[in-house]
Design a protein around this ligand. Sequence first.
Ligand code: PMP
Length: 394
Amino acid sequence: MLHLLAPQTADGILKLKEQLAGDSRAHKIDLGVGVYKDEGGATPIMRSIKAAEQRLWQAEDTKTYTSLPGDPAYLDAMRRLILGSDVAESRVAAIATPGGTGAVRQGFELLQMARPGARVFVTDSTWTNHLSILAHLGIEAVPFRYYDPATHAVDTDGMLADLAQLEAGDAVLLHGCCHNPTGADPDPEGWRALIEVMNARGAVPVIDLAYQGFGDGIDADAAATRAIADGCAQVLIAASCSKNFGIYRERTGILMAIMQDAGLRAQAQGALTHLNRQSYSFPPDHGARLVTMVLDDPALRADWQAELEGMRARMMSLRTDLAQALAEASGSDRFAYLTHHRGMFSRIGASPGQVDRLRDEHAIYMVGDGRINIAGLNARDIPALTRAMLDVGL
Ligand code: PMP
């Protein structure tokens, strides 16, 4: 009966990777896949993670199971990293998950368990895997206006007008910072208005936080998440350690459910633990343990913060340098949005035809919707990218 399986379309980014590997041009530039790269194009293991791994190898004396929701020390360290001290511990239920993707998947499953038929409103556009996981689960995704291609910023009025269609029990999927794929985040006023409309309509926020520390800093990037956790009665937060700890393949994430009070917290914790049990029993532990060691050891944590800050600063200076090169070459300030965007990504407004030309004529690779990974750049490539963007008419 397995011959009945319908063929699946290949993920766009993975297809891009194959094309890139087959391109023999030495000057090719990879702005596609969403991993952080240093000036030399490498994705190194962070110093603090390497040190934690060494200590763990020496100290770990068992590989027996942890607990079903994950190691309590990890859940606690991540709660404090994401929520600071703004949200009472007694409101927070949590499970460790395989990466941020696992957290997103479990979050959607939880919504469906609580309320079959619940809809999820999604930013137009959003990370493509959000849409495919929702489709896989048979959950209706309702896009709302988010990114204005003319200003390269959030269309706050359009967003709020569309969210007026929310019904009680719907969920709203938001990116806590560093929106993927556009790079545009709401301003503080926009976040306040979002909280207001979600509360007025009785909708549940689901926050995907995959890039804490990549935008304006560790605490600044969590500010919107904390405001929502403080201002809404029930909130789901799906967070990833892949990028900010550089442990992509270790599959380390967390899903938190923030409830009104301790009684509801216990109910949510039961459902979350059940979800882990049904999906894979015990979540992966190695990456979670490294993260806990880094966060709980003052010296390792200071070194992690310094290295993460260096990565963030590199992305910000690439943004400034690219915007400046484009301003000089074009004699216009229409590329200033690059410095307003945050995180690894910016949508540069390239049409599918322009994306093809950038690849075929200039050996510059990006996702089909015109998303570039800023961290894929280096100082040497900025002149070539500048010329190419203007040559294809951006
Ligand atoms: N959410 C968003 C918006 C992302 O961009 C990513 C990574 N591409 C994830 C979640 C999940 O990442 P991972 O599963 O690798 O932790």
